[in-house]
Design a protein around this ligand. Structure first.
Ligand code: SF4
Ligand code: SF4
Length: 169
């Protein structure tokens, strides 16, 4: 697995290849079969991976919340929902996002200050165990430059599909 701190550099070298692989999968992969492959890789690779040693996703993205999650997190932080919204949240077209990137709830030791009630968007990232991944390949390719596990998944899938590699990293 690529070191989280080196992933940007490494993924830049295979960025074009990853986009070519995305196009290849679009044309050749079966939707259900690809979901099965992603799910197996997700379960295998995350099983022994310590995300607290990485946290690239918390550094690169802001957490986003469903409206009903706001009161839960506010309550966890002993705040009213209104106080929580004023201090941390900006309304965006798609919903409710933290104002801060990197995430202000990321602690120095790599743990999450709101771990017990972190939003579903954080729990689900990088979404590689969800159905219909064939329709979300662009975001998966983008995630390969942030998440070492996603990067490794694409490398393994290239082997499974015997995709002709163009670069070495
Ligand atoms: S809320 Fe927690 S898990 Fe979500 S981005 Fe922030 S630190 Fe990471
Ligand atoms: S989900 Fe991926 S990017 Fe986020 S901490 Fe785990 S390995 Fe790192």
């Amino acid at each position: 697995m690529v070191e989280p701190s080196k992933l940007k550099q490494v993924s830049n070298k295979v960025e074009n290849e990853n986009y070519a692989f995305r196009a290849y999968l679009k044309n050749h992969a079966d939707l259900d079969q690809l979901d099965k492959q992603f799910l197996e890789l997700h379960n295998e690779l995350f099983l022994n991976y310590d995300c607290s040693k990485c946290r690239n996703c918390c550094i690169e993205y802001s957490a986003s919340f469903e409206e009903e999650e706001l009161s839960q997190v506010a309550s966890f932080l002993n705040m009213t929902e209104e106080e929580f919204r004023d201090k941390y949240i900006e309304n965006t077209f798609g919903g409710f996002e933290l104002k801060a990137t990197p995430c202000c709830f990321l602690k120095e030791n790599g743990t999450c200050e709101i771990e017990a009630c972190k939003p579903e968007s954080c729990r689900s990232y990088p979404f590689t165990d969800k159905p219909e991944r064939l329709l979300s390949l662009s975001s998966i390719v983008n995630s390969a430059s942030i998440c070492p596990v996603v990067f490794e998944m694409l490398e393994r899938l290239k082997q499974e599909y015997r995709f002709k590699r163009r670069n070495k990293y």
